[in-house]
Write a protein that binds this ligand. Structure first.
Ligand SMILES: [Zn+2]
Length: 270
């Protein structure tokens, strides 16, 4: 039996997040135009993605939560408490969205920016806590950045779990959860952005990864899907997520679990 943990990094909240704050929109125009000419996306997707800057919201939190709830997925949502690498909303702007997710019964944590300094890491933890009045459930670093000291620093900051370890050249880290001090590290096995961006190929690659996990005897497998892609703008990868969740739900070999319950099973508490 493989237990699948589903997580969502909330990289974007509002269309205005990136107005005069970063270069996300001009970069997106160049990238999507190249993808359109290469036949990797449709004209409809090009249009939807490039007009997303004028929409009020760039997240799909409600639709994501509704889907996850219907599928019995106790997912977790990570929110930025600092800006960087194209994540440009402010903590105060995130607050109503974190409350929305929390009130819907899902766990919320920090999508970390600073991975190199203890002060910066502590600051993001405390910003979340002061903003929301409760502790973040855990953390994943934005762009899965870490160095050899990062996990130790996250433990010192007080996080119960981190789920950042990800080997980019291998497109995932297939490894059992392990402890760093008092903190659990859940390596990330499957990330939407590191799969082929075409439905059939993404599906094929995912089945290959799951086979390897089974071969290695892993009990816990962590999946990351960005909620901003849970819409028609990113049809192939959205359809991949829907397929994967149906596949896990319907297969006797898999079940969903949350980080919270996995930690309880592993002998810790959250
Ligand atoms: Zn991110």
């Amino acid at each position: 039996m493989i237990k699948v943990i589903v997580s969502h990094d909330v990289d974007h909240l509002y269309g205005r997040d990136h107005w005069f704050r970063d270069l996300i929109y001009p970069k997106m125009w160049v990238r999507t135009t190249l993808e359109l000419f290469r036949g990797q996306i449709t004209g409809h997707e090009w249009w939807l993605r490039n007009t997303s800057c004028f929409r009020k919201y760039r997240h799909n939190l409600q639709a994501q939560m509704d889907f996850d709830r219907e599928h019995g997925i106790e997912s977790v949502f990570f929110f930025g408490m600092a800006k960087g690498l194209g994540m440009s909303y402010k903590p105060a702007e995130a607050k109503p969205m974190i409350s929305l997710v929390h009130d819907n019964g899902f766990d919320t944590g920090v999508h970390g920016i600073d991975y190199q300094s203890q002060d910066g890491i502590n600051k993001e933890y405390n910003t979340f806590k002061e903003l929301m009045g409760y502790d973040p459930c855990g953390i994943r670093m934005h762009y899965v950045r870490f160095d050899e000291e990062t996990f130790g620093r996250l433990n010192v900051a007080g996080y119960v779990f981190d789920t950042t370890e990800f080997d980019k050249p291998s497109c995932g880290t297939l490894k059992a959860p392990y402890m760093v001090g008092d903190m659990w590290e859940f390596p990330l096995a499957i990330m939407d952005g590191y799969l082929p961006q075409q439905f059939e190929k993404a599906k094929e690659k995912t089945l290959e990864i799951l086979d390897r996990c089974r071969g290695m005897g892993l009990t816990y497998v962590t999946v990351l899907f960005h909620d901003y892609q849970f819409c028609d703008d990113y049809k192939d990868i959205r359809d991949w997520y829907v397929w994967l969740m149906d596949y896990i739900k319907d297969s006797p070999d898999y079940e969903f679990i949350s980080y919270r319950k996995a930690i309880a099973e592993l002998g810790g508490t959250l």
